[in-house]
Design a protein around this ligand. Structure first.
Ligand SMILES: Cc1cc2nc3c(=O)[nH]c(=O)nc-3n(C[C@H](O)[C@H](O)[C@H](O)COP(=O)(O)OP(=O)(O)OC[C@H]3O[C@@H](n4cnc5c(N)ncnc54)[C@H](O)[C@@H]3O)c2cc1C
Length: 280
């Protein structure tokens, strides 16, 4: 199948891109890396009247250290560049698991965050780190926390004609990442990311719900108490108990629950095994 006809625009500023989206009255779509949008168009699951190509907008493709210990990643930073950066090794590890090298060369941070696939790596890591998303739209600029951005599968709280311009991540004191996929390059059946930020453990789990899940009970088992192997195991069990999955073509619900416990255990052990949280 081929995409339905559409107009094409390549603005040179965020403001011009927003104006073009506004004039399409909700019927326009941003295109960045095209790695998720083009298949959608080709299968005619979407028929936007105009594509707004943001690839030539300057200033959206850098990775910068900003105030405090925060790294701002521009919306047009490719997964391949995220893999290479040294500021936050957790981002590098997560990027390694995204598709294959051709996809990582084109796919962008802003595209992955805005597409909001519940199995995608970057939304999970953004949630674990407590990232904030820089957004610009007809009403101006705003900052949204990752916890508030993802509202459903392929659904965000972005308003019409809003564009993701950057994602800012705190540098974590410690981190862990564990993913299970059947073949290299597949979306994860279960993806777990752990980050210790400001002495507190945050956990996010992808592939087991409509959005990346934060198992708050598991976090509270670990925060404020000395971390022991027994507590880590208890937290992993609590995380698995916090998810509500149904069986699908890829895995039964029981399998995903078991994998959630196992991979949460791995990510937690990598991040905080044999350590006292906050004692770094
Ligand atoms: C075979 C294959 C395997 C893949 N495997 C994985 C995987 O394992 N893990 C994974 O995470 N991803 C995977 N992907 C998806 C890939 O990572 C995409 O690059 C990513 O999901 C979307 O980024 P993009 O820049 O390509 O966005 P696009 O495809 O250009 O856009 C995706 C959506 O986001 C919107 N959008 C894009 N940029 C912005 C922005 N700045 N502001 C607002 N809206 C925006 C678009 O309008 C569209 O709705 C795979 C893709 C393919 C084809």
């Amino acid at each position: 199948m081929k995409a339905a006809p559409f107009d094409y625009s390549r603005p040179s500023s965020v403001k011009a891109a927003i104006a073009t989206l506004e004039s399409a009255d909700g019927d326009g779509k941003v295109i960045a890396g095209g790695q998720s949008l083009v298949p959608v168009l080709a299968m005619r699951l979407g028929r936007p009247s105009i594509l707004v190509d943001i690839n030539r907008i300057p200033g959206l493709d850098s990775i910068d250290k900003v105030a405090g210990d925060t790294i701002r990643v521009g919306a047009l930073v490719r997964h391949a560049d995220l893999l290479e950066q040294k500021h936050i090794p957790l981002l590098s590890e997560a990027a390694k698991w995204i598709g294959h090298s051709a996809i990582r060369t084109r796919g962008t941070t802003g595209g992955s965050i805005a597409h909001a696939d519940p199995s995608a790596e970057l939304p999970v890591v953004a949630t674990a780190l407590g990232a904030t998303i820089g957004v610009e739209g007809p009403a101006g600029k705003r900052i949204v926390s990752a916890d508030d951005l993802f509202v459903g599968p392929l659904e965000t709280s972005l308003a019409e004609s809003e564009i993701v311009t950057s994602v800012s991540y705190p540098v974590p004191e410690r981190w862990g990442f564990a993913e299970f996929s059947r073949r290299h390059g597949d979306f994860g059946l279960v993806t777990v990311s752990v980050a210790v930020v400001g002495g507190l453990v945050r956990i996010a789990i992808g592939g087991v719900g409509a959005v990346p899940i934060r198992p708050l009970e598991a976090e509270s088992i670990l925060n404020g108490s000395p971390v022991t192997d027994a507590r880590i195991a208890e937290a992993a069990r609590a995380a698995a108990g916090d998810i509500n999955v149904v069986s699908d073509l890829h895995a039964s619900a029981e399998y995903r629950v078991a994998m959630t416990e196992q991979f949460t255990l791995r990510a937690l052990t990598q991040a905080i095994g044999n350590r006292m949280v906050g004692a770094n």
